[in-house]
Design a protein around this ligand. Structure first.
Ligand code: FAD
Length: 378
């Protein structure tokens, strides 16, 4: 691909840069309980400036940005150290899924409050016995007197404590083959049949939750796609999730690497050959990830849909982020591992990177089978 920005892409970047300079979100709150409020305020700013949902088509309130502009957008946000918006799951997955599979009434009802962050979304896919093997999920939806009633448990649900809507997968036909009997619902979290219990992350942050559903009610109009056709909609959601990582992840890694090099210099360790080798390995890996990401964009421009190679970027991101934070802690020693230091926080948070959005082992299977064309393991 041609890596030079066109005139209009450069103008897009410059407009965004100057908007970011004039709209500094300020420092993140020291109290983790204030994080969602901080992210909410940031998304409202983005929305007011016309920068929420840049990739969404203009007819649905987005900016209709090209894939290159989306990459520029994510890169510039990361460069400015902007926080993530509170409705990240709605912007990256919920909205695009409603646009791709929803009907006109659903688009009318759900899209604008996602952009404005009036209604936060969460993703209720994982269950205690169903993570990687998502199609084995057990939450059960039964239609009674014209309304669906869902009973079951979800787990690791990020943002459920703040969410109005949940992208919920539930089994509607227990007799159908496991991929066929699943339906994709939009569940109203604000009702008696829904109980959200916080689960602290290893960092101590109240990042995700368990959801207990006891005959929670969902009307027919909140089904995305067909009854029993939820698996295809779920796959679209996961493709948007992995493709959404992209350029911002590379920039975040490069920034962490630069900060780590500073730590190394401050301690006079820049000539240590073993440390130099580890840094060089990480730098080469991050650069190969950047180039692979650009190749994936070229491929998506050709085919119109993100392909399985998005799994490679997700795997690399997890590996390099864990590698960087591990090296930082080796260099800092006891100082780095002390409670509540920035590097100890990053080290602990990075552990989840190889689990969230698909575990590294499962991504390797996807790459083996769908990118390299190796025979299926099972
Ligand atoms: C920070 C964070 C945020 C999350 N947010 C959400 C959320 O908002 N919504 C949501 O629904 N979920 C969320 N999750 C859950 C996440 O999607 C699951 O944890 C993940 O899919 C793995 O499922 P599991 O935990 O059940 O592990 P399992 O699937 O039980 O896997 C256990 C181990 O077995 C390995 N394994 C499993 N199958 C295979 C295979 N076929 N081949 C090789 N190895 C295999 C796995 O790699 C792993 O090491 C989040 C997780 C984290 C860490």
């Amino acid at each position: 691909m041609d890596l030079t920005l066109t005139e209009s892409e450069a103008a897009f970047r410059d407009e965004l840069r100057s908007w970011l300079e004039g709209n500094d979100p300020g420092p993140p709150p020291s109290d983790p309980g204030e994080q969602v409020r901080f992210e909410l305020e940031w998304q409202k700013k983005l929305h007011a400036g016309g920068w929420a949902g840049v990739s969404w088509p203009q007819e649905y309130g987005g900016r209709g940005a090209t894939l290159i502009e989306q990459a520029i957008f994510l890169e510039e946000l990361a460069r400015a150290r902007a926080p993530r918006p509170a409705n990240i799951l709605g912007l990256v997955m919920g909205g695009p899924v409603v646009i791709a599979h929803g009907d006109e009434e659903q688009k009318e009802r759900f899209l604008e409050p996602i952009l404005s962050a009036e209604e936060i979304w969460c993703q209720g896919f994982s269950e205690p016995e169903s993570g990687s093997d998502l199609a084995s999920l057990k939450a059960r939806a039964v239609k009674t007197n014209g309304t669906w009633k869902v009973t079951g448990q979800k787990v690791w649900t990020s943002y459920a404590h703040a969410a109005k809507w949940c992208m919920l997968l539930a089994r509607t036909d227990p007799d159908a083959p496991k991929h066929r009997g699943i339906t994709y619902f939009i569940l109203d979290m604000d009702q008696p049949g829904v109980e959200v219990r916080p689960l602290p992350q290893i960092t101590g942050d109240p990042e995700f939750n368990e959801i207990f559903l006891e005959e929670a009610e969902i009307p027919d109009e909140n089904i995305i796609g067909q009854v029993g056709g939820g698996w295809e909609v779920a796959i679209t959601t996961l493709m948007f999730e992995r493709a959404g990582l992209g350029a911002a992840a590379v920039l975040g890694l490069r920034r962490t690497l630069d900060e780590l090099v500073e730590v190394i210099r401050e301690r006079g360790l820049q000539d240590d050959p073993l440390i130099r080798q580890r840094i060089a390995d990480l730098r080469i890996g991050i650069e190969s990830m950047r180039l692979g990401g650009l190749r994936a964009i070229t491929e998506t421009m050709r085919t119109g849909v993100p392909g399985p190679e998005g799994s490679l970027g997700k795997w690399q991101w997890a590996d390099y982020n864990q590698g960087l934070t591990e090296l930082a802690n080796e260099i800092l020693g006891p100082e780095g591992m002390g409670a509540n230091t920035e590097w100890s926080y990053r080290f602990l948070r990075a552990r989840g990177n190889s689990i969230e959005g698909g575990t590294t082992e499962v991504l390797k299977n996807v790459i083996a089978e769908r990118v390299l064309g190796l025979p299926r393991f099972r």
